[in-house]
Write a protein that binds this ligand. Structure first.
Ligand code: HAM
Length: 428
């Protein structure tokens, strides 16, 4: 490592020139969730390891290979959360939110998640997910609402090259029938598969289908499809979900091979992919689905749920690929330049006055000459520049220069804030 300590592999810093993008996305999330009436929930960043073993499923890649698990000083096994759904459901049960008069309980969260994965573009070891969970309803309309919320966030930020892929994983009965068919299909030749798949055959044969080692084995292509094992009820549910999605005018494709990597899913499963050019191997922006039964598995009453999660990292990649610019909200309004030490107090007062009037303002604190300060104003993208020198001090007024047009206007010191506000209101 040498003398300099670096950020751990798979992590990164959001630097000041990028943070406005994050803030804009977070503001959009808050606004959209207000419109849809999803309320924020904040759960701990670490939980008892058992929660994820039971919730996410102990045959999943997440639980077997990717968790940051550690013993605390009291010898408890704790895990940095790899996802949000298990924690939200734990909280829903623990705080008896199922007892609230208004069901479903509609929740959202944003925060860091941790997975020990091989880092690459769009795949980090610490990443930030925005997710929603609607718990306490199995109305197919809520499935469509959840999907539309995700789609709308992307659209409202300016993304266009989106593809919604949906599938039905069916109910327990359908899944058992499919599982039996999978076992019958793979068992005779399972010795040709990797060790992981041999274990999967007994524990969770569905997982064989997303094995990266054996994906080219001829039995993969001919494996029985879940779609052929959906019972009538599951099919009817899926038809209704599709109907509501169409009602919202959202395009989608059905992919019978969409399985998702977590164990709690049944019925609706979906992913939103980016079709933008230049995107790397990972094109999934968002994933989610229905998890009827998870609340009961974690000790609660019957309360069917559905949700999704998306990482902000992949959203930012998609914006970059589609060349959508966001994050101009932290731009500088006015840069006030003092020509010399005697003008500094006046400049300082103007900066203070502008800020008090809600206009962002800045000045030099390193004693630079006029030219260097002008350059600095330019780099900071200042909308207006004011220069205070001897003449200005004597007259009690200064030229307000609009950088975009080069236009200038004499304004009394006391009127600067009002004048800028006036100009801004005319622009709108
Ligand atoms: P997931 O498919 O594991 O589902 O992750 C959801 C999203 O999180 C992915 O589509 C991707 O945007 C992002 N993501 C996952 N891993 C990484 C990573 N290593 N680096 C960057 N981004 C990543 C879940 O987590 C479920 N809890 C979603 C859900 C909520 N289902 C129902 N409710």
């Amino acid at each position: 490592m040498g003398n300099n300590i670096q950020a751990p592999r798979g992590t990164y810093d959001v630097l000041p020139d990028q943070s406005a993008k994050w803030q804009e996305i977070e503001a959009k999330i808050i606004e959209l969730c207000r419109l849809y009436q999803y309320k924020e929930i904040r759960t701990p960043i670490f939980e008892h390891t058992e929660l994820f073993q039971r919730g996410v499923g102990d045959t999943t890649d997440i639980v077997t290979k990717e968790m940051y698990t550690f013993k605390d000083r009291g010898d408890r096994s704790l895990t940095l959360r790899p996802e949000g759904t298990a924690s939200v459901v734990r909280s829903f049960v623990e705080n008896k939110l199922f007892g609230l008069p208004d069901q479903p309980v509609k929740l959202f969260y944003t925060g860091p998640m941790f997975r020990y994965e091989r880092p690459q573009a769009g795949r980090m070891r610490q990443f930030v997910q925005f997710g929603v969970e609607a718990i306490g309803s199995k109305d197919p309309a809520i499935d469509a609402e959840v999907i539309s919320l995700a789609m709308e966030l992307y659209a409202s930020l300016g993304l266009k090259r989106l593809r919604l892929v949906i599938n039905s994983l069916g109910d327990t009965e359908s899944r058992i029938a499919h599982k039996e068919a999978l076992v019958a299909h793979f068992a005779p030749r399972i010795n040709e598969f990797c060790n992981d798949c041999q274990t999967r055959l007994e524990k969770n044969p569905l997982r064989i289908l997303d094995c990266k080692v054996d994906r080219d084995h001829p039995l993969m292509a001919t494996a029985p499809s879940l779609a052929d094992y959906l019972n009538e009820e599951s099919q009817a549910y899926f038809t209704e979900v599709k109907g509501y999605i169409e009602e919202l005018g959202i395009d989608y494709v059905v992919d019978p091979n969409l399985v998702r990597g977590l164990d709690y899913y049944n019925h609706t499963a979906f992913e939103i992919m980016s079709d933008a050019e230049g995107f790397g191997a990972i094109t999934t922006l968002c994933g989610g689905g229905r998890y009827n039964g998870l609340v009961e598995d974690l000790g609660g009453p019957e309360a069917p749920g559905i949700g999704f999660a998306m990482s902000i990292e992949r959203l930012l990649l998609a914006l970059q690929m589609e060349e959508v610019e966001i994050g101009s909200s932290d731009a500088l309004g006015v840069y006030v330049i003092a020509m010399d030490e005697s003008a500094k107090k006046q400049a300082f007062r103007i900066v203070k006055d502008l800020r008090a009037n809600g206009i962002s303002a800045d000045m030099d604190y390193t004693g630079r000459k006029l030219k260097a300060q002008m350059k600095s104003a330019d780099r900071k993208g200042a909308e207006y520049v004011i220069v205070i020198g001897e003449t200005e001090l004597a007259n009690g007024k200064a030229a307000l220069k609009e950088m975009a047009t080069g236009g200038q206007q004499e304004v009394l010191f006391a009127d600067i804030a009002a004048e800028i506000k006036n100009k801004k209101s005319l622009e709108e």
